[in-house]
Design a protein. Structure first.
Length: 364
């Protein structure tokens, strides 16, 4: 595991350069005026002692902003400073159409608002309802995870309104993410949750500039949503959400696929284990995803998250399509009780050290 070199008053964080970038979007006409949409706000820090060749670009998930990586709601260091303290240049973004990147209602359409109940249920206190089998094992959130607790209230204060059209989110962030890499050069992408589809699509657009992907519970599972509904059956199928397998928008397949209907699908007859969903895969022979081939990819899932029943399906789909990856359940490496927001939980820096160790061993 990578060595921690945490900063404190005796050993301050030493920065060679820091600042912000604004990645341009598209100009469009709205109400006879020209405006820009799809732009991306990026905040960066470059350490005085840079020991890794490629920067890490951290992209948050749905309803979130870059604040997820800057600190925890109970005031501990976040992943961004931890990576900087350990020799990485770090770029954290607010997704296009989110936070400091700006939101333009006439152009982006309807929105989704993160309710208190949904945030508690999915992120901070899932064991209270236990809609999926692993929910009861959640122990790492700092506090009870319910409204009225100062840590929860601080976290909920960071939640933001999000573009409702998930396909549009992916499209504009693919464009902005590709432009960011064109500007800063080769990088490692660290994505969380909804940003998982962005990592696959940016890598498809700029395979030569994506040197590695650390996918933290990436949006999934392939093809259809999984709805967690509680015991005894726990799961039911939702709608088709990622028609191109692991993305909503078109990515490159070999042989070429012109429409999602060209992907012939098969479903596992039996789940890989108790508490897991049956995965959708391609019927053999499977089309390959050539532009992601050869990129070191780590897919991480926690012990108690709502992703725990299905993240292995994303890993299996990619593997079948010729995209080798490492799938890790944190519990198998001694990191127990985490939920979906693991970068904010009590052992967040232990997980960051694991990610850094994997990156250092696999990204060249």
């Amino acid at each position: 595991m990578a060595e921690d070199r945490l900063f404190d008053a005796r050993r301050p964080l030493e920065i060679a350069d820091q600042g912000v970038l604004s990645i341009p979007g598209r100009y469009i006409e709205v109400d006879k005026q020209t405006v820009m949409v799809g732009q991306m706000f990026v905040q960066y820090q470059i350490p005085k002692s840079k020991t890794r060749p490629y920067p890490v670009v951290m992209i948050h998930g749905g309803g979130q902003t870059a604040s997820n990586f800057l600190s925890t709601p109970d005031g501990r260091p976040g992943w961004a400073d931890d990576f900087v303290a350990n020799g990485y240049a770090v770029y954290v973004v607010d997704q296009s159409g989110r936070g400091r990147s700006g939101f333009f209602g006439d152009s982006y359409g309807k929105t989704r608002k993160p309710s208190v109940g949904n945030v508690e249920q999915r992120f901070t206190a899932p064991k209270h309802r236990a809609l999926w089998p692993q929910a009861s094992q959640h122990t790492q959130w700092p506090g009870p995870g319910t409204r009225g607790d100062p840590t929860f209230d601080t976290f909920y204060a960071s939640q933001v309104e999000t573009i409702g059209d998930e396909g549009l989110i992916e499209e504009i962030n693919r464009e902005a993410g590709a432009k960011l890499l064109d500007r800063i050069g080769p990088a490692v992408l660290l994505t969380h949750s909804q940003a998982g589809v962005i990592s696959w699509s940016v890598a498809d657009a700029r395979p030569q500039l994506v040197k590695g992907i650390l996918a933290i519970e990436p949006s999934g599972p392939p093809i259809r949503e999984t709805i967690a509904k509680g015991a005894p059956d726990y799961f039911e199928d939702g709608g088709i959400a990622r028609p191109w397998g692991v993305t909503r928008g078109k990515i490159t397949y070999d042989p070429p696929a012109e429409t999602p209907d060209d992907l012939k699908l098969a479903r596992q007859e039996k789940a890989d284990g108790p508490g897991l969903v049956r995965c959708f895969l391609q019927a053999e022979p499977a089309r390959q995803i050539p532009r992601l081939r050869g990129i070191p990819i780590l897919i991480v899932t926690s012990e108690s998250s709502y992703h725990a029943p299905y993240d292995h399906c994303t890993a299996k789909y990619l593997e079948q399509a010729g995209v080798k990856n490492t799938f890790v359940r944190l519990a198998d490496h001694g990191m127990r009780g985490n939920g979906h927001m693991m970068m904010l939980e009590k052992n967040n820096l232990e997980i960051a050290a694991f990610l850094r160790g994997w990156e250092q061993a696999n990204v060249r």
